[in-house]
Ligand binder design. Structure first.
Ligand SMILES: Nc1ncnc2c1ncn2[C@@H]1O[C@H](COP(=O)(O)OP(=O)(O)OP(=O)(O)O)[C@@H](O)[C@H]1O
Ligand SMILES: [Mg+2]
Length: 288
């Protein structure tokens, strides 16, 4: 029997993030629900999960549905409810489509799940995100892994396309479908964030964001954040683009006036460097 000391008891949980760190987080993380009650929509799913956790009867889970509907947020909130402060030592989050293959995933699962804790009771949780990107062989291997560690581990597979999960894996899990969020459901959260970030958003602007998002709350938050606060990289890209556009407008206007026979310098006096640059470009017929 493999035995390990109760790491959950000896390793202190990470310190809570400071205000400065929180304020720099992308809004999708800053506003990620911290508990099941903070999730919007999917009330039935939340009720069932709450009951299963409270009665210690959590089965293996399969969450599926389009992006940005709360699948990852829901399982993280479940894990926090189940493990409290021991959340990080009792939960393993893996990308099931790991490029390095199922062997790496299997080794990580084996290391995490294959050890018994001396003093802790209850099961551990393994979250397998992007499970639909796994090959059929990898899914077959995962089936055996799940069986082997069922005694002390629960698996939660998450995917966008449930039809890409083999029937054998599906039948080992309780399935929950996360439907796209309704505009009315998103509206409340959007208003909350707009208010808490003091965003000057018009009603038509908010409507446009809701329409563009198509039921994906992650997209709503990302759109809102980039709309009001371009990052340094975005600012620099926008600046380059604006320079590019202005330069082309200048050149085309200059060319048009020259073609019409005007001597542009008679009408305006641009900076010398601009004039020289435009004349050179015009002479060489570059970019025109
Ligand atoms: N039902 C929800 N309630 C509250 N917030 C949500 C909900 N769904 C999405 N969000 C917000 O959108 C962000 C992304 O959600 P999440 O990561 O849970 O989506 P997902 O369904 O796992 O998407 P994907 O399939 O792309 O992984 C969260 O951080 C949260 O801010
Ligand atoms: Mg996710």
């Amino acid at each position: 029997m493999e035995v390990e000391t109760d790491t959950a008891a000896t390793v202190p949980p990470p310190p809570p993030p400071t205000d400065a760190i929180v304020s720099q987080l992308p809004w999708i993380e800053k506003y990620r629900p911290k508990s099941l009650s903070e999730l919007i929509a999917h009330d039935e799913i939340i009720t069932i999960l709450n009951k299963l956790i409270e009665s210690n009867r959590l089965p293996h889970l399969l969450f599926h549905g389009p992006p940005g509907t709360g699948k990852t947020s829901t399982i993280i909130a479940c894990a926090k409810k189940m493990f409290g402060e021991k959340y990080s030592s009792m939960t393993l989050e893996l990308n099931a489509s790991d490029d390095r293959g199922i062997d790496v995933v299997r080794d990580q699962i084996k290391e995490f799940a294959g050890t018994k804790k001396l003093f802790s009771t209850g099961v551990k949780l393994i979250i397998l995100d992007e499970a639909d990107a796994m090959t059929a062989d990898a899914q077959a291997a995962l089936r055996r892994v799940i069986e082997k560690y069922t005694a002390n581990t629960r698996f939660c597979m998450i995917c966008n396309y449930v039809n890409k999960i083999t029937p054998a894996l599906q039948s080992r899990c309780t399935r929950f479908r996360f439907a796209p969020l309704q505009s009315e459901q998103i509206q409340g959260r959007l208003d909350e964030v707009v208010m808490s970030e003091s965003v000057n958003a018009s009603e038509s602007g908010k409507r446009a964001i809701l329409q563009l998002a198509g039921g994906d709350l992650r997209r709503v938050l990302n759109l809102l954040q980039v709309t009001i606060a371009p990052s340094p990289a975005q600012s620099s890209a926008i600046k380059t683009f604006v320079h590019f556009v202005i330069r082309h407008i200048y050149i085309h206007m200059y060319a048009a006036f020259c073609q019409m026979g005007f001597v542009v310098h008679d009408y305006c006096s641009p900076h010398t460097w601009q004039r020289t640059h435009l004349e050179t470009l015009w002479t060489n017929k570059q970019c025109i």
